[in-house]
Ligand binder design. Structure first.
Ligand SMILES: Cc1ncc(CN)c(N)n1
Length: 225
């Protein structure tokens, strides 16, 4: 069995909860409150800055030029394609560029990016991939599902989001990471595979928390807006 199939089976109960989450469903049927989406966009922009750093780190840790190139492509595509989607949404939402870049991180954003960066700095390349894989792969799965909803990709506001994450180009990024994960899992002991699985499950749970944080617009409970 491919290691990524094992990961998918283990995380399925978590990923199934994404598809039922009101934030995800709201993008699909176009009913999501714009204010919740604004909150998400701002936090996600911050998230993507650190997510890009992980790809830069992946390039640094890569054992050969081919792997380095994969990470360089992931980095380029995140900074230029995925973050461009966010910049365009910010423009449509009237969020100035400086405000977007100076957003204060919510606790869940900080915890999630902090965890990924920590694992990736301390650990191996396989650890790094196990940490980022749910992000890319689950967004592609969500994109594909939402794309099957009649009219979702044509929705005047959320359509661009659906199109981006359901696109072949985005699917290609997930495929690259899955292939690398399987390659690096070869020859690992059961104990080592279990550790990778734990990392994958942890970031899968953080993904759910990110949807929930955005839906509830959760900032620090101690601070007033
Ligand atoms: C929180 C989160 N996770 C994943 C992705 C997809 N790169 C994203 N944009 N945001």
């Amino acid at each position: 069995m491919l290691f990524t199939n094992r990961l998918y089976e283990k995380a399925k109960y978590i990923w199934d909860q994404y598809y039922k989450h009101p934030f995800v469903k709201g993008i699909g049927d176009g009913t999501l409150d714009i204010d919740k989406f604004r909150f998400y966009m701002e936090q996600d922009y911050l998230y993507l800055i650190d997510y890009s750093r992980l790809f830069a780190l992946g390039s640094l840790k890569a054992p050969d030029l081919e792997t380095m190139t994969v990470f360089a492509n992931l980095l380029h595509s995140t900074l230029n394609d995925e973050m461009e989607l966010h910049r365009q949404y910010a423009e449509r939402l009237g969020i100035p560029r400086e405000k977007l870049e100076n957003t204060k991180p919510a606790p869940t954003t900080l915890a999630y990016t902090g965890y990924m960066l920590n694992i990736s700095q301390r650990g191996s390349l396989a650890d790094l991939i196990a940490a980022v894989l749910p992000c890319t792969w689950s967004y592609y799965e969500i994109g594909l599902r939402l794309n099957q909803i009649l009219g979702a990709s044509e929705h005047e506001f959320y359509g661009e989001w659906v199109k981006m994450y359901a696109s072949e180009e985005f699917g290609q990024l997930a495929e690259w990471l899955k292939n690398l994960m399987n390659k690096l899992a070869e020859g690992k002991t059961e104990q080592e595979l279990k550790e990778l699985e734990d990392i994958f499950l942890t970031t899968s749970k953080f993904e759910y928390m990110f949807w929930e944080m955005s839906y509830q617009k959760q900032m620090w409970p101690t601070d007033k807006e």
